[in-house]
Design a protein around this ligand. Sequence first.
Ligand code: ADP
Ligand code: MG
Length: 349
Amino acid sequence: MAEPVLEVEGLVKHYPLTRGVLFRRQIGSVKAVDGVDFTLGRGETLGIVGESGCGKSTVAKLLCHLERPTAGAIRYRGEDITKLSGKALKAVRRNIQMVFQDPYTSLNPRMTVGDIVGEPYEIHPEAAPKGDRRRRVQELLDVVGLDPEYVNRYPHQFSGGQRQRIGIARGLALHPEIIVADEPVSALDVSVQAQVINLMDRLQAEFELSYVFIAHDLSIVRHISDRVAVMYLGRIVETGTDTEIYDHPTHPYTQALLSAVPVPDPDARDRRERIILSGDVPSPADIPSGCRFRTRCFKARERCALEVPALAVPAEFRYATGPAVHDSACHFAEELRVVPAEEHGNGPG
Ligand code: ADP
Ligand code: MG
């Protein structure tokens, strides 16, 4: 893997759960993020996928220092940024920028496009001399495929896709190294989603960006991700290279998510079983014992209620291309590995 730019270890964010208005008492905690580890390599895209409420936005906010973690480390180029403050923190924040989910609500309607895209220069004036900002903003608009003449227009004069381009231009203003994009296309029409993803793909190559790209659907991140992490109830349950996750998923949750993705090829569609998960996602304030997915799992056995599965596949089952290409937090991952028919007989041993 490429040189790591971001290493996340044991990341936890618990929010206090309180009752009462006059006498606020803490009655528990919402375990929004409950022990997340991953590494982002330079120039790489890590896709983070999971259902609504599984903690994706909380991870994004922690990475961009919009929230402080309850525990854990976020190392940027080897330095734990959760420990930084003041000038040192500000310098790091320049390099990790966020693109928000909803371009309809994340752009101030009373600001011009020029002011929105140039806003980061108000916070980091050292990044661009005042006299140079307008020219830079126009260049940024051009880079994201918008007419530089639009600087004086307002957000309502743009379509959803164009607004997200404005959000991306703002994210690029400080020349960051890492972009954390929190469901950047979820609010857009399907026809526009691919355009914005293609734009982000092109920008990544042009500016050597590393992406954390969040989505609630595995199909959205497929083309842009080098590696994918699937989250469930505040944890990563499976992670691996894109081919491992899409072609050989070993966690029942990933298999269920993939079975819900539309397949264009009718033959493939017939061969594939649709997995319907039972029940609802449990509350992050009341996480099941053992494997947190067991209450909805079609493979759950006794052991699953007793033992928390580690996010790792035993070495003897790691057959793809080397170590750490694929980890799955399931006690029975090895039994569940899906091998496409044409590959049978080519496995290890
Ligand atoms: P996602 O982005 O995957 O939909 P979030 O990270 O937004 O998930 O939320 C994860 C869980 O944490 C949810 O149950 C949500 O209600 C809870 N949560 C998020 N922010 C807060 C907060 N500020 N206070 C209390 N609970 C929160
Ligand atoms: Mg979210």
